[in-house]
Ligand binder design. Structure first.
Ligand code: FAD
Length: 550
């Protein structure tokens, strides 16, 4: 068996090592056009920021080590130019010598990744404008940053863009973000990104939304960036982080099937339209694990797992790739945002019925020092309670909850399972009722009809006379500090004695700060014969949805 692997980083290196573990006999050649293999793309921004001190830490392993330990034939600076499927051979160009040669194959695994997108605008190739994908890019950016730049603009407020912002800020550089959409971190729902926006502002990072880059000009030592709105900004350097496009040219030239969004098409065994050619990683289109549609998810975890599966299958196995559910996380200047499965906007786009709940717990017992708040949002099927997606934003512990919910989605659990989930607890780690349990309690109670709920959006968009009678059951001090317009204040502790002040006709919507006192108020009202609902997630959710800064 002669196995050729194109691309030597996440998916490719993972496939190569796995193939060797499975077969001592196979001839395995890995081609990488860059000088390094198996480097830590995900660590690149932190080297610029100085958190990762030395460049060699980014090199997970070297060609020499792969040769010695895995007996792999690793050919760097070797570009695979074409695939001849008839003769079953590839054409390789040695980038240092210009020499080309052919290499025959039994099977190929394509792992060429995805290239950073660059807006097609005048001036985009001027010095001082960078994209970030590999060690060569990081060297250029680091060199420039080390030379003492004072200002930076990051175009694109996605995951990589915001990681760059964090690290530029760490270096003391005045940094601005310019984003084409109306929110940061596009895959998340907008309200869940607001705390990240607030964190950026707290660190002096200016964010401009709804701005499309139009042109870049050199202006002395500085770059001058013009945007569609007329906005013009000057900066020492600009980092472009507006997304990636699959490296599909090799596949297209070989007449392999490629999807409408450019990802190489594969079946569940990760075979392309040619059964002897597999493809993995950022270059492929994948099945969405939860909803089954085709999508592209450029993440390291899926690329690594796909590399393992493709290697096994190329060597005769029949493992299936289950699909990708988009479990992702980013840390920005001390705040974390994470998600798994479908977002509210995706569910709306796919017209999938759902309900959602928010909770605002702390990461561990509130009485134990250092508890940090978080907001979790859960989306689930309104009939069965099947979990469809989750998002979290806050400090410590967001990662743990989203990971639990990711596994819950993979295991096709429902909100009723979350109620029952037994998770480890001591005060410095969690709560006896973990935030994941809390999501389960709220969502299950909702589906059982124990506490009818209205979403903040329903309340805000409802017009008189259909608008429920709104009661804020927090304390007068909390009410004074801010409340939903139109609400009257009736603290939950006084509710039982003041029921006669409430209208007997029409719906009453109760809310508190995070939903808990609102829940109690709703239970009191329901049992006293009122038509009552709780406003999910309380005033905190209202602020997330309706204030830029809260
Ligand atoms: P890559 O890792 O990009 O490897 C593809 C390789 O193939 C490249 O080195 C390329 O040179 C080579 N190649 C392409 N064409 C040819 C050819 N014709 N011949 C020879 N060689 C070729 N993901 C996360 O999950 N979490 C993170 O925190 C995270 N952070 C990131 C931060 C940055 C700055 C970047 C750039 C990415 C980050 N990612 C993260 C994404 C993650 O790195 C990718 O999803 C993953 O590397 C994809 O693996 P891959 O093997 O498909 O492609």
């Amino acid at each position: 068996m002669k196995l050729l692997i194109v691309g030597g980083v996440a998916g490719g290196a993972s496939a190569a090592a796995r193939a060797r573990r499975l077969s001592e006999e196979a001839e395995i050649i890995m081609f990488e056009r860059g000088p390094e293999v198996s480097f830590a793309n995900c660590g690149l921004p932190y080297y610029i920021g100085g958190e990762i001190k030395t460049r060699d830490k980014l090199v997970v392993t070297t060609p020499e080590r792969l040769r010695t330990r895995f007996y792999l034939d690793v050919r760097t600076r070797s570009l695979v130019e074409s695939i001849d499927r008839t003769s079953k051979s590839i054409r390789v160009r040695e980038l240092d010598t210009g020499r080309t040669y052919d290499e025959s194959y039994d099977k190929i695994i394509l792992a060429p990744g995805a290239a950073p997108l660059k807006p097609d605008v005048p001036g985009i190739d001027l010095p001082g404008i960078f994209t970030l994908r590999n060690l060569q890019d990081v060297d250029l950016i680091k060199q420039r940053v080390d030379s003492g730049v004072t200002s930076a603009i990051v175009i694109g407020g996605g995951f990589i863009g915001l990681e760059m912002v964090e690290n530029l800020v760490r270096r003391g550089i005045r940094t601005r973000v310019v984003e084409r959409n109306e929110q940061l971190l596009g895959p998340l729902d907008r309200e869940m990104t607001r705390p990240i926006y607030q964190t950026l502002m707290e660190h002096g990072v200016q964010v401009e939304f709804s701005q499309t880059l139009q042109s870049i000009e050199q202006s002395g030592e500085m770059l001058s960036l013009r945007f569609s709105s007329g906005l013009q900004l000057e900066t020492s350097i600009a980092i472009i982080g507006v997304g990636v496009k699959p490296e599909n040219q090799l596949a297209i030239d070989a007449k392999l099937k490629v999807g409408s969004r450019g990802g190489i098409c594969v079946n569940e065994f990760l075979q392309t339209s040619d059964p002897d050619i597999y493809a993995v990683g950022d270059a492929i289109e994948v099945k969405d694990f939860v909803f089954g549609h085709l999508t592209q998810v450029p993440l390291a975890g899926p690329a690594n797992r796909q590399g393992r599966i493709a290697a096994g299958n190329a060597l005769g196995g029949t493992s299936r790739y289950r699909g990708t559910q988009g479990t992702a996380i980013v840390g920005v200047l001390g705040r974390t945002a994470a998600m798994t499965g479908g977002s509210e906007k995706l569910l709306r786009r796919l017209q999938i019925p759902f309900r959602m709940v928010y909770v605002h717990p702390t990461n561990h017992a509130g009485y134990y020092p250092g508890a940090e708040p978080m907001t979790l949002k859960l989306l689930f099927d309104p009939k069965t309670g099947l979990i469809l997606g989750a998002q979290g934003v806050g400090g410590d512990g967001v990662d743990k909850r989203i990971d639990i919910l990711a596994v819950a989605i993979q295991s096709k659990l429902t909100v009723f399972d979350l109620e029952e989930m037994e998770l480890c607890y001591a005060p410095q780690y969690g709560s006896a009722k973990d935030p994941v349990n809390m999501l389960g309690f709220v969502a299950s109670g909702l589906l059982r009809g124990e506490h009818p709920q209205m979403d903040v959006e329903e309340i805000v968009s409802s017009k008189t006379p259909d608008r429920p009678y709104l009661i804020d059951v927090r304390t007068p001090q909390e009410f004074l500090f801010g409340h939903i317009p139109g609400a009257i204040n009736l603290p939950v502790d006084e509710l039982r004695s003041r029921l006669n002040e409430l209208p007997r006709h029409g719906k009453i919507a109760a809310y508190c700060q995070v939903g808990q006192r609102g829940y109690l108020a709703t239970r009191i009202l329901l049992q006293s014969g009122f038509d009552a609902v709780n406003i999910g997630g309380g005033y905190k959710t209202y602020l997330l949805c309706h204030r830029e800064v809260y």
